[in-house]
Design a binder for this molecule. Structure first.
Ligand code: ADP
Ligand code: MG
Length: 493
């Protein structure tokens, strides 16, 4: 089978097969752990990285006779998330038992929501690199418990079970099969992460497994009915999601073009060999025998409560993006980069307030984000505060320093955390606007290069060389505009 073709078309809307173009169809089931100190049906703690089995109540361990009690805070977070996804909130929903056996599931069933979830249809807007925005439909969001964790590689003949995760509240956010490329899938996942972080309903930490996705992929020829899908479970890296989709789409196209058919199955992403492989086929798939959990009443709340929650929602990324475009004159791309993270957006806003928005955006997105990335620091640990970066921009605007010198000052600020003005004074970086000093430097350069000075009269474009020499002679501190004017005058052009 021919797989892993390197063609550049992967990640785009259509991929070319031997028999013509194909469309990839993707649907994501995102599991987002509710940011809550206590579990969904017990008061046990949920802290990440705790000693195994140290955060397990009798309910989580499924001791006989224990009864679940719904955690109202988790319900509120699910409603907040539903509102953030512009989704319908169901005032009446039902918890069901999803029955299956696994050693890390002591109850023998997971409490989930099946036919009547707490949140219904909604939508998410995804900004693509080509400047277009696609709308991905949300099918539903339901609340469910997480299972425990089994470890099979700590002992040659034993497996270990840690029930700390058992009973932790998850929101499962199910998309419609509206996603059409690996790029769109990762951007969708990032957008969901951005929204839940803005809302504070999930920390979005994919490495710790607080956010992970089941990725469903099928292919079809454009215009045809949906094809049979394969599902890759529990993916918690955007890079792997992207790679798995691209591999899987190509695999399915090759199978169909070779005259085969796709079996609906669960496949695993093998990150070592960069392939997906069969985990279980549909024939082996579970019949979960869902039924309403008799230990729990249906979940019912009032519209007034939903409205009250709605009134506390923060400004979300889409609204913030629109405001940054209109208030600060940013391009849609720059605005979407800035709003992706709440703390970054707040930082930018503090820098831009009362200043040139475009200039502020350039400094924040290129210089600051670039420098932070180099030292793997988060915006919250930035050595340069928003106030300081704002002051640096003021120094450029009032001609205290040139844009070029500002880069030097910024590097020192980033290194030392110092104040821009203090650095300018200490290092003597103040822009030279004194025309006498600039004239002297210009005279010196012209005197040292008479041939070039003669040449430049014929070829005025060559003046750039002189500008460079004068800037060098003044350690970059001369006001560039003044240098240009004086040179032009003295060279007679
Ligand atoms: P299940 O819960 O059994 O996995 P669902 O019908 O809830 O099944 O669908 C799960 C996910 O699969 C959804 O995100 C949906 O958008 C996606 N999906 C459904 N059909 C297809 C398809 N033909 N191709 C790709 N994704 C699909
Ligand atoms: Mg599924």
């Amino acid at each position: 089978m021919t797989t892993k073709s390197p063609e550049a078309t992967l990640g785009q809307k259509h991929i070319q097969g031997a028999t013509g173009p194909w469309e990839i169809v993707i649907g994501l089931e995102v599991h987002a752990q509710v940011s809550s100190n206590a579990k969904l049906f017990s008061g046990a703690a949920t802290e990440f990285g705790a000693e195994p089995n140290s955060q397990v109540s009798l309910v989580d361990a499924a001791m006989p006779g224990m009864l679940p009690v719904i955690n109202e805070y988790c319900v509120e977070q699910a409603i907040r998330t539903g509102l953030g996804l512009e989704a319908e909130i169901n005032l009446y929903s039902v918890f069901d038992r999803k029955n299956y056996f696994y050693p890390d599931l002591p109850q023998g069933y997971q409490i989930s929501q099946f036919k009547q979830p707490i949140v219904g249809e909604g939508e998410v807007h995804v900004d693509l690199a080509d400047g277009t925005t696609s709308v991905i439909g949300i099918e539903r969001l339901h609340l469910e418990q997480d299972a425990g964790k089994s470890t099979h590689d700590m002992h040659p003949s034993k497996s270990f079970v840690d029930l700390n995760r058992s009973g932790v509240a998850l929101m499962e956010i199910v998309s419609k099969p509206d996603i059409r490329s690996s790029e769109e899938a990762t951007l969708y996942m990032s957008k969901i992460r951005s929204i839940v972080r803005y809302l504070g309903t999930c920390d979005g930490n994919m490495e710790q497994g607080s956010m992970r996705a089941d990725v469903n992929v099928s292919v079809r020829r454009p215009g045809e009915e949906l094809g049979t899908r394969c599902e890759m479970k529990n993916m918690n890296s955007l890079r792997f999601i992207r790679a798995a989709i691209e591999y899987e789409a190509r695999r399915q196209i090759d199978v169909i073009e070779d005259g085969g058919t796709i079996d609906q199955e669960t496949r695993l992403w093998d990150a070592v060999n960069n392939v997906t492989r069969t985990m279980r086929s549909k024939e082996e798939a579970h019949d979960y025998r869902y039924f309403p959990d008799p230990d729990l009443l249906p979940l019912e709340f009032s519209q007034a409560w939903v409205d009250e929650i709605k009134s506390t929602l923060p400004e979300l990324p889409d609204a913030k993006k629109a405001r940054f475009i209109s208030d600060f004159g940013l391009s849609p791309y720059d605005a979407s980069v800035l709003v992706a993270d709440k703390a970054r957006a707040a930082y930018f806003e503090e820098v831009a307030e009362g200043r040139d928005g475009k200039l502020a955006s350039n400094w924040v997105t290129s210089d600051l984000f670039g420098a932070l990335k180099k030292v793997s620091k988060d915006i919250s640990d930035s050595p340069v505060s928003a106030k300081q970066l704002g002051k640096l921009i003021d120094l450029i605007k009032d001609d205290t320093i040139s844009g070029k010198i500002a880069k030097q000052v910024f590097a020192i600020m980033f290194e030392t955390g110092g104040e821009p003005m203090a650095i300018v004074e200490e290092k003597g970086l103040r822009q030279v606007t004194d025309t006498g000093a600039i004239e002297a430097a210009v005279d010196e350069v012209i005197a040292a290069n008479p041939d070039k000075a003669a040449e430049v009269k014929e070829k005025p474009k060559a003046m750039g060389w002189f500008v460079g020499q004068v800037m060098k002679a003044t350690q970059g501190k001369a006001n560039p505009q003044a240098v240009n004017e004086i040179l032009r005058k003295k060279l007679g052009i």
